[in-house]
Write a protein that binds this ligand. Sequence first.
Ligand code: PEP
Ligand code: MN
Length: 337
Amino acid sequence: MLIVMEQSVPEERIAGVIEAIEAKGLRAHPIPGASRTAIGITGNQGPLDPAEFENLPGVVRAIPVTQPFKLVSREVKREDTIVKVGDCTIGGGAFCVIAGPCAVESERQTFAIAHRVKAAGAHMLRGGAFKPRTSPYSFQGLGREGLMILSRARRETGLPIVTEAVDTESVDLVAEHADVIQVGARNMQNFSLLRRVGRTKRPVMLKRGMSATIDELLMSAEYIAAEGNYNLFLCERGVRTFSNHARNTLDLSAIPAVRRLSHLPMIVDPSHGTGTRDKVPPLARAAVAVGSDGLMIEVHDNPDRALSDGPQSMYPDQFDALMADIRAIAPLVGRAV
Ligand code: PEP
Ligand code: MN
């Protein structure tokens, strides 16, 4: 249910409606808009009766939401969500580039890459401290030490940090060091992890599962929003198909599809989406053209020695060239880099 308030309604009226919602054991989610405030209601097991809310002072209308996802839907909030991370903006016409190694391997490696991607014009630094690896014998990440290195890299470069939380146990530790908590493809439907990151105040980047539909992705985002964390953006990173010339099939049509259904920003990860560095620039350029709100790109100063995802990691020089392409294409689709 969505409660639409009168234009320029006084704060006390909004508070009164929230109180009435909570008195019924439900959760109220105020959604400020350009011209009016709306209040989303979650927590109801069955349908709610609009009449129960329409008589409250300040309420214009109570509208049942037809989509299975409520708080992240365009039905509930028409304006695009804009996520602010330090001086960086995701959504609302900005174009945000997140770059860095797949995994934090050492302070030397992380600092070297951080300085290079910053000089190239990246807005945020990525790097996994906790890595979800297919094989238990592969490098699992430096854990806490990796987070400390990322924190020091932020101090060195000023770049905000994007890093993954792989389980509920490590969320608090990751939230302490990260500017954006990444939920990876393999965890897209780890509902206890989604709830847990939803209870932090940190922005969250939710990656699409490798066989998830758009509806499933948005339902997972809803888990995070329902806990009160609306600082949320999505990432397309390729899905599994019969096609075997690339690691995954990057589904760029997800961008316009999500934009129609949801107000959340969405970026594209052509590194995991293709699996080889020669395919990253063309798909990155296509992602800009298709209207993505940003890119996440793996860059390594020595990809041949990388402890994870070396074949898809770009050389810093290649990343410089890609940033020049992004700067040329973005304005054509109304984006500022
Ligand atoms: C990553 O970004 O390093 C990663 C593991 O990605 P994904 O969850 O999309 O596989
Ligand atoms: Mn990776």
